[in-house]
Design a protein around this ligand. Structure first.
Ligand SMILES: *[C@@H]1O[C@H](CO)[C@@H](O)[C@H](O)[C@H]1NC(C)=O
Ligand SMILES: *[C@@H]1O[C@H](CO)[C@@H](O)[C@H](O)[C@H]1NC(C)=O
Ligand SMILES: *[C@@H]1O[C@H](CO)[C@@H](O)[C@H](O)[C@H]1NC(C)=O
Length: 507
């Protein structure tokens, strides 16, 4: 209770003092302000009076005063004039109705400047490009009177208040505007009512690719431009002139694995169930750079094929070495083929690269099989020898029995043959005089050896012959294949250039 009372007193005391202050301060302030303002007014008046005095002296009473503010004022009036003009423009403008309504279709002219092309992808079958898309059309409702040719560049906000064509890209997958630092677009209106709208876009467009000749191919990708809603009765698109489609220079260096070739612009009409629409098409040619594939695939796989031939020069008895070379090269080729096709779409037809790798694989595989065949022949040969010792036959009998005696006989044989020649020189009949021991060595041995040869099937080869033939046939086949392959490559690229030329004429 005491505390409360005390508070009340204090509160009362405090309350009284400020209440007095509240009443007094505004009053004081008001008085002070009045005084100050009156003083300022007096100053202004004095300054103004001095100026006006001078003006009076120069004989320009009131006009001079406005003249001093004329510079900004004239600008202001221009501004105001344009504001009024735009307001009037928009007041009478119905953005729901196209220009020339009921009359001939609006001509919308297009120009495009391609700044970059990136990510031409055969996996997703698309490509991405950055471009400035400019649309030019004439809207008489936006014409304004002006003595001199004049164009107004207006903020993008106005785009929402006037009619614009509903252009879209029929083959677009995704695209976006650029918003840094503000929406990258502008609108320009000239006094005749020609409207230019420029937008910066990044478009990822669909591009179906045929990979039959991959990686020796040239791809054609299109960017299509069409009105979404207005048929040819309302909008007709045109390329602004015959060079409306332009590339910035950086485009040509921007793609690593393609060379950007010629580009074309086409105008045509597309019929759908909702009517016929005017469509513009820009066509770009991308020629694949072979360098990467030469270095990464063609050269290594050719070397692997060459390595597999080393086996033909190795000893036939070196089973481990020859099998190791064969198996390793086959496995390496398999890996190369798998990794190459891993980065490509899973198409169900044969590509040029598949042909090359397939042939390489075939050669490598064949050289492994060749050694298997050689090994088999050696084995059969040994078997035959082994059979010979167990079951006596005239051949093996001779070989096994007389082979130790052959060596000295050979020595005599040479002497004998020398004699033979000499005898032959003298007279044909003298050959009869050859001693029997020489006959033994020279004539009987081949005769007896010839017996089993006639018994064997005719098509058998000796293992050494197979290796010898492989040493020539394998490289020959590969070289011929390479010549045909690359000849066909150059032929096909010439064909694609021809196609490019035809593309220009196409409607
Ligand atoms: C408008 O103002 C600019 C400077 O802001 C000036 O250079 C120009 O002369 C002015 N225009 C007129 C018509 O006075
Ligand atoms: C559009 O381009 C054509 C030529 O292709 C030209 O005749 C026409 O005047 C252009 N229209 C506009 C509005 O620029
Ligand atoms: C484009 O038109 C100009 C004249 O308008 C002409 O000189 C030029 O040859 C044309 N270019 C092509 C590629 O037709």
């Amino acid at each position: 209770m005491r505390r409360l009372r005390h508070r009340r007193r204090c509160g009362g005391d405090e309350g009284r003092l400020p209440s007095l202050g509240r009443g007094a301060l505004p009053l004081l302030c008001f008085i002070w302000l009045l005084a100050a303002s009156s003083a300022a007014a007096q100053d202004e008046v004095t300054i103004g009076s001095t100026k006006s005095d001078k003006e009076v002296e120069y004989g320009e009473p009131t006009e001079a005063h406005t003249d001093g503010r004329d510079l900004p004022k004239s600008n202001e009036t221009l501004e105001r004039r344009i504001t009024v003009l735009l307001d009037e423009m928009l007041k009478s403008h119905d953005k729901r109705i196209r220009p020339n309504y009921g009359g001939p279709p609006v001509e919308v002219n297009i120009t495009a400047l391609i700044t970059t092309i990136s990510a031409v992808s055969e996996v997703s079958m698309d490509y991405t490009l950055d471009l400035y898309l400019r649309q030019i059309w004439r809207d008489d409702r936006l014409a304004f009177p002006s003595e001199t040719p004049m164009s107004l560049t207006i903020g993008i906000d106005m785009v929402n208040q006037i009619w614009t064509p509903d252009t879209f890209f029929p083959n677009e997958k995704k695209s976006f505007f650029h918003e840094a630092t503000s929406h990258n677009s502008f609108l320009r209106i000239d006094n005749h009512g020609n409207v230019l709208r420029s937008i910066r876009l990044t478009v990822t467009a669909n591009c179906p690719m045929s990979l039959h000749t991959f990686p020796l191919d040239t791809q054609q990708c299109a960017l299509e431009i069409e009105s979404y809603g207005y048929s040819t009765k309302d909008i007709v698109y045109h390329w602004h002139n015959n060079e409306s489609l332009k590339m910035e220079h950086g485009v040509y260096d921007g793609l690593a694995h393609f060379t950007v070739g010629k580009h074309f612009q086409i105008e045509r009409e597309i019929s759908t169930s909702t009517g016929s629409y005017s469509r513009l098409t820009a066509i770009f040619n991308f020629k694949r750079n072979i360098g990467f594939y030469l270095i990464q695939i063609y050269f290594p796989s050719s070397l692997i094929v060459v390595i597999s031939w080393v086996s033909f020069w190795l000893n036939r008895e070196a089973v481990q070495a020859r099998v190791a070379i064969g198996v390793t090269t086959v496995l390496t080729m398999t890996t190369l083929m798998t990794s190459t096709n891993g980065s490509l779409p899973k198409v169900s037809y044969v590509k040029s690269l598949d042909i090359f790798l397939g042939v390489c694989f075939f050669i490598v595989f064949a050289s492994l099989v060749e050694y298997a065949a050689v090994g088999y022949m050696i084995k059969r040969h040994r078997l035959r020898l082994a059979n010979g010792t167990s079951a006596p036959s005239p051949v093996t009998y001779f070989e096994s029995e007389t082979s130790p005696n052959l060596q000295p006989a050979n020595g005599r044989m040479r002497n004998g043959s020398n004699r033979l020649r000499r005898n032959n020189n003298r007279s044909a009949k003298s050959s009869i005089n050859i001693p029997m021991d020489h006959l033994d060595a020279e004539h009987i041995v081949p005769l007896l050896v010839a017996v089993p040869v006639t018994r064997r099937p005719r098509f058998t080869f000796r293992p050494a012959q197979v290796d010898l033939a492989s040493r020539i046939l394998f490289p020959l086949f590969f070289v011929v294949f390479q010549i045909i392959y690359w000849y066909w490559y150059f032929f096909s690229t010439m064909g694609s250039e021809y196609k490019e030329d035809r593309g220009e004429d196409a409607p």
